[in-house]
Design a protein around this ligand. Structure first.
Ligand code: ATP
Ligand code: MG
Length: 445
């Protein structure tokens, strides 16, 4: 109780360079110039939020935000290459050279705005929130103490009203104010909590952890359109596996991906193993500065549900390509009720799933066509993940690895061998292979 009281009355703290340790060179020049220009025009302005947190934690920040007392309209007047965006929160995008800086006006407490600008549903969910305030109010409106930091680049001072620096140094991720209220106001903060815990190696404070577990069902109140990017941010990061496991263990994954969750809980172990491997691969790719395609990540996340439906359709005698198409449709339809998946992504996801059946049907005609499919690489990587996860596919991944390296003559030999001279594309029966897991309906006939 005492702790809660203290949290609601954060100390005002201004830290000098030797106390906060931020190296100004880590902070975008563009953001510093924007702050300077705003100050010269009589507004209060600071570099704010996540970039300071990252700099203090020894990471190299990438995006930079500025908070100011100027309204969006006033900001736009000062910067020629800027525009107002956003409905939920009005923010200004200011371009400077190649950089894009987000400039937000200090936000006040939603209760002080009333009617038109702030709206709260009965559940506590904040529907609209565009009330302006001062730095003090803005600091308290932010999600976690480590994100409530304000940096004056000219004086190199850090305003830390919520003791975020101390919390970070103690390894704590702490919600500002009452965690229960803050998570209900905006349940996306629960996903952000997991993201920062994994990314920064912090642990959520006990009260926030409990509030998260008790309010995870609130995730269902979030507009599905907000969640697509949020999931990418939490899972496409250097600590993807930790993040996935935390989402799973806190029950957030179940809320966000009910279909895949059911399949993971009730289906074969290799589905879970594949998911873990995919997260580890993401980590490796990020460490090597290689990108991860969001459609690939989502095709992995939905796969358990797709696979369960697919196996059912195969059991009912439906042809593999049709079975996969229908299984994909069902999994997607259920998923988009929680998370909007833009069509350009779902089309590629369907391609990756469809390729799983194409990769299994090796005939002289089909093999070359499959290898030329625009999503072949993703489909092949996906196949490797399935096998590495423990699904029995008769070394199909290795076959395709060899196929890609082979010359045209070798390719045709390989295909003939694999299809047993069967060029008509009909599937042949073969004895079920023995061993772990048996034939999972995916033999490479
Ligand atoms: P990163 O840029 O690494 O994704 P970030 O913390 O900068 O992390 P942004 O989404 O860029 O995240 O948000 C900028 C700042 O705005 C945050 O640091 C935080 O102070 C505040 N903020 C963002 N989302 C919320 C939210 N849902 N509730 C309260 N404050 C938020
Ligand atoms: Mg940011």
């Amino acid at each position: 109780m005492l702790k809660r009281f203290r949290k609601n009355k954060p100390d005002q703290q201004v830290l000098k360079k030797r106390q906060h340790g931020i190296n100004k060179a880590e902070i975008s020049q563009a953001a510093c110039e924007i702050v300077k220009h705003l100050s010269e025009n009589g507004y209060e302005a600071y570099v704010v939020g996540g970039c300071l947190r990252d700099a203090i934690m020894g990471l190299h920040p990438k995006d930079f935000d500025v908070a100011t007392s100027a309204t969006p309209e006033q900001v736009v007047k000062l910067f020629p290459r800027s525009r107002i965006i956003g409905r939920r929160f009005k923010i200004v995008h200011v371009r400077r050279g190649r950089e894009l800086i987000e400039v937000t006006t200090f936000r006040g407490h939603h209760e002080s705005g009333g009617g038109k600008h702030a709206q709260q549903a009965k559940s506590g969910l904040l529907v609209r929130d565009n009330v302006y305030g001062d730095l003090e109010a803005d600091a308290l409106r932010r999600d976690f103490t480590c994100n409530s930091l304000y940096y004056d680049p000219q004086k190199e001072l850090l305003i830390d009203r919520c003791n975020g620096v101390a919390d970070m140094r103690n390894g704590i991720l702490r919600t500002i104010g009452d965690p229960w209220d803050r998570f209900c106001e905006d349940p996306v903060r629960m996903i952000r909590a997991v993201r920062f815990e994994a990314k920064l190696g912090l642990a959520l404070d006990e009260a926030s952890q409990e509030a998260l577990e008790q309010n995870r069902h609130m995730m269902q109140e979030v507009a599905p359109a907000r969640l697509f990017d949020e999931m990418i941010k939490v899972l496409m990061q250097a600590h993807a596996l930790d993040a996935f496991n935390m989402l799973y263990d806190t029950g957030l994954f179940e809320q966000l991906f009910p279909g895949p969750f059911d399949a993971l809980e009730n289906g074969p172990d290799y589905l879970f193993e594949m998911m873990q491997l995919a997260m580890r691969n993401t980590e490796t790719r990020i460490a090597e500065d290689k990108g991860v395609a969001p459609f690939f990540l989502y095709s992995v996340l939905l796969w358990p549900a797709v696979k369960i439906h697919y196996d059912e359709f195969i059991e009912r005698g439906i042809a593999p390509a049709d079975a996969m198409r229908q299984a994909g449709d069902i999994a997607l339809q259920r998923q988009v009720q929680r998370i909007t998946i833009p069509r350009r992504f779902s089309t590629s996801m369907q391609d990756v799933w469809f390729l799983q059946t194409a990769l299994e049907r090796i005939t002289p005609k089909r093999a070359a066509r499959t290898a030329e499919h625009p999503r072949f690489r993703a489909g092949y990587d996906f196949l490797l993940l399935r096998e590495e996860g423990g699904e029995q596919l008769n070394d199909l991944g290795q076959w395709w690895t060899d196929y890609q390296k082979a010359n045209p003559q070798q390719k045709s030999q390989m295909v003939n061998q694999k299809s047993g001279g069967n060029s008509d594309g009909k599937r042949r029966r073969r004895r079920r292979p023995r061993g772990k897991g048996g034939n999972q309906g995916n033999s490479s006939e």
